[in-house]
Write a protein that binds this ligand. Structure first.
Ligand code: BES
Ligand code: ZN
Ligand code: ZN
Length: 495
């Protein structure tokens, strides 16, 4: 599907489907919808009334024009209350357009620029492209499909000044969507194919295509030499050997700022000997969604071209039970020499992240951010759509929260409560990998904090939002979401 923007007159435009907007509780139509209604001698508003169309957010009303205007059909997309309109409204509106067009096999769409109030034309166009591209996504690697995606999606404005700005927005929206879809594809792929070695190769392939990105890979022997006992311990039940993967993006002009992004990369989490029950294991191919978000961001990092150095790090492992697997009660030694008593082999992510964080802190980054499908407890606390953020630094926390709000990814800060540190005290080691039955998301965050040293750091528990069990919104269908990629890219671009 080709996406473009141009200046045109809606009333005389020839297209398969013309898209305009309406607001909830509005006394009358306005803007493009009003123009079309006038050209159709009031028939549009009459039909909307007859069919009780309310213009709720996400709703839409379709009608054929029967030759009243050159456009074959008009789709009126509801935007909810006008005073509540924001860029998320534009994202969802464009997504609703694509969902409708796909259902009906519409080929060419002309869609009015979804801009109302204070928003910039570039931001509106960007949001529309994100919504349209992500709504059009489906994972088809393992099945035959006959895709009915539209051929063209033309954004229409009546203000010539919006065209150049809109073009910039389209380009950025394309990158945001491309990075997100890259992550979705990795997470959706079954664990039989997306195993540790494959995930490492994906990083190599990204670096191969970009002169500004290098990659270092540490295999089992190298990890052993480095003393990465956490990564090695978690991986040892699996037939697949572990890899620590390190991507490095260097900006064109030198900058002092260094950002490190760390992803949990458990390609399958069976729980290990602390085996998960079948219904909790079914979806555990998604346990590398943190690394997928980092890789998604790196897949377009040359085009986003941040002005800071960016490190991307993940420890690719599979968590399996076997005669070689770690046992509950075993003690592992992390790269910073701290010992960890493994009380539950299913709390494996924090153990692999421990080594990844120690490795990253040695790079002396200005700050670091980890993304991890870390705890079911985070889903209990915040549900399926909101990421839990924990941080030892208010400025970094604010930066991440602001970026996530701009990107349209929901996050909420939770405390790193010092008093709960006692819950991680082990009888026989420096730490145990389990708290008690309460506040599991917080004790996981506190465990990680033991390995970040003094580096400003934010931890994102993305267990809920990384996979949609059902339709979340018009551009997030069931399946992997690519959550985190747009926040990371928005943040990097803002530095
Ligand atoms: N990968 C899981 C967390 C998870 C749960 C991710 C649901 C996505 C959806 C993690 O490794 C895990 O098993 N955590 C345990 C920790 C417990 C043993 C302390 C959990 O949340 O139950
Ligand atoms: Zn687990
Ligand atoms: Zn896990």
């Amino acid at each position: 599907m080709e996406i473009s923007i141009r200046k045109a007159d809606l009333v005389t435009l020839k297209t398969d489907m013309l898209v305009v907007y309406a607001f909830l509780e509005a006394k009358s139509l306005e803007g493009g919808a009003l123009e079309i209604d006038r050209a159709m001698q009031g028939k549009l508003s009459l039909q909307m009334k007859e069919d009780s169309f309310k213009a709720k957010i996400g709703s839409s009303f379709l009608t054929h024009t029967n030759g009243e205007i050159p456009a074959k059909r008009v789709l009126v997309v509801g935007l909810g209350k006008k005073e509540e309109f924001d860029l998320e409204g534009a994202r969802q509106a464009a997504a609703a357009v694509i969902n409708t067009a796909k259902e009906m096999g519409v080929k060419n769409i002309a869609c009015q620029l979804c801009k109302f109030g204070e928003q910039k034309a570039s931001d509106c166009a960007q949001a529309m492209v994100e919504g349209a591209r992500l709504a059009g996504y489906s994972f088809n690697k393992y099945k035959k499909v006959n895709c009915k995606m539209p051929k063209s999606f033309t954004i229409i404005t009546d203000d010539g000044r919006d065209v150049n700005a809109g073009q910039k927005g389209i380009e950025l929206g394309e990158l945001m969507a491309r990075g997100t879809i890259f992550a979705r594809d990795l997470v959706n792929a079954p664990a039989q194919d997306m195993h540790p070695e494959r995930l490492m190769q994906v990083a190599r392939e990204i670096a191969k295509g970009k002169s500004c990105v290098r990659v270092k890979v540490y295999d089992w022997q190298a990890l052993k030499r480095m003393g990465a006992g956490g990564i090695i311990g978690v991986a040892q039940g699996s037939e697949f050997p572990p890899y620590l993967v390190h991507l490095i993006y260097t900006p064109k002009s030198a900058s002092k700022k260094i950002v490190a992004l760390i992803g949990k990369a458990v390609t399958f989490d069976s729980g290990g000997l602390s085996l998960k029950p079948a219904d909790a294991m079914g979806n555990m191919k998604i346990d590398m969604a943190g690394a997928a978000a980092v890789l998604g961001a790196f897949s377009v990092i040359d085009k986003i071209a941040p002005s800071v150095t960016v490190h991307g790090v993940f420890a690719a492992v599979e968590n399996m039970p076997s005669g070689h697997a770690i046992r509950p009660g075993d003690v592992l030694t992390a790269m910073n020499k701290k010992t960890i008593e493994v009380l539950n082999t299913d709390a494996e992510g924090r153990i692999t992240l421990a080594d990844s964080l120690v490795y990253c802190s040695k790079l002396k980054p200005t700050f670091m951010i980890d993304l991890a499908t870390l705890t079911g407890a985070c889903m209990t606390a915040l549900g399926e759509e909101i990421t839990g953020l924990m941080s030892n630094d208010d400025k970094v926390a604010e930066l991440v929260l602001r970026s996530s709000a701009d990107a349209g990814e929901k996050m909420w800060r939770l405390p790193l409560e010092k008093n709960y540190k006692k819950l991680l005290k082990s009888q026989i080691a420096d730490l145990q990998n389990l708290g008690n039955r309460w506040g599991g998301v917080l004790t996981a965050g506190l465990f990680l904090e033991e390995f970040v040293g003094k580096i400003p750091w934010a931890h994102l528990d993305i267990a809920g939002p990384s996979y949609a069990e059902r339709e979340i919104d018009p551009y997030t269908h069931k399946g992997a979401t690519g959550h985190g990629v747009r926040t990371l890219l928005t943040l990097l671009k803002s530095l």
